[in-house]
Design a protein around this ligand. Sequence first.
Ligand code: NAX
Length: 334
Amino acid sequence: MAEPIKVLVTGAAGQIAYSLIFNIAKGDVFGKDQPLILVLLDITPMMSVLSGVVMEIQDCAHPLVKEVISTDKEEEAFQSIDVAILVGSMPRREGMERKDLLKANVKIFKSQGAALDKFAKKSVKVLVVGNPANTNCLIALKSAPSIPKENFFCLTRLDHNRARAQLACRLDVPPNDVKNVIIWGNHSSTQYPDVHHATATIQGKEMSVIDAIKDDNWLKNDFIKIIQQRGAAVIQARKLSSAMSAAKAISDHMKDIWFGTPEGEWVSMGVISDGNTYGIPEGLIYSFPVKIKNKTWSIVNCLPINDFACEKMKTTADELVSERDTAIEFLTSA
Ligand code: NAX
């Protein structure tokens, strides 16, 4: 059997982690033959709740789980880890300004970035989920200069899965028969879910989603709004934010990093922009279409972009530039 890998989940007493840890422990993410050391970090007041989660992990009797470490100390949590899934963050409270939310999160991700830099393996793969995910990821990356910036990702796979599922539903096909949608930009309501390159298999024949749906008005208006507002719709109905679907998306994202994307397919991931790709400013964590091979990502480049798409890609980039500038201000003054 392989050596265990050490996987850290932060926000481990929260609702996303509750589903996510189960997926990881049963081998859905890193494989059915990969032993695991699970490291669970949360804040001190949540340690009692976390101890209940640890009891439940034991009670699942998953054969792959060799050890569970639960802690409220970053120096213990980040020690020699292979994977960091950073879910825990400061939630937006009623009446809280966006700037205050960013400030609180800069503090958390600066500290966790520094802990990655000091304690984690240099090969660690880091997935930031806690919102604002793109900018939190950027702060962690900037605070961990000894770790390659290509090792940092933010989660936009939930938006990608939502887009795929909505198109599949409209076409009355299984979601796996819809491929190559793209989420561009920020994991926020400015994100641009793009169907221009997406295909669907209908009665055994692969065709463009645009030709299959034959409703430009729906694709340009309602579809985009549904995806941009889906998180809010779940909150309104459930009185809690997406958790099961977020855990599934995190699992899909990490599994693709570990095992690669299928031939002929790409997925959406927030990764660092080099400034030369689709005109997106250098240094932003921006969601692009990405392929993965040997645990290394590359952006699917040179897709034709029309004026409609170009404008939407710029709107979400502009929002990220403004978030970044505010966060950097806090980072340098903190
Ligand atoms: P919960 O409030 O259920 O859990 C968050 C947990 O994080 C809590 O147990 C809290 O104590 C812990 N925490 C707070 N600060 C911490 C710190 N400094 N170190 C370690 N743990 C800390 O939230 P949950 O529903 O699990 O959502 C977690 C985050 O995911 C939120 O920021 C949420 O907005 C974000 N999401 C991001 C998504 C994405 O696609 N990028 C989608 C789902 C979700 O909305």
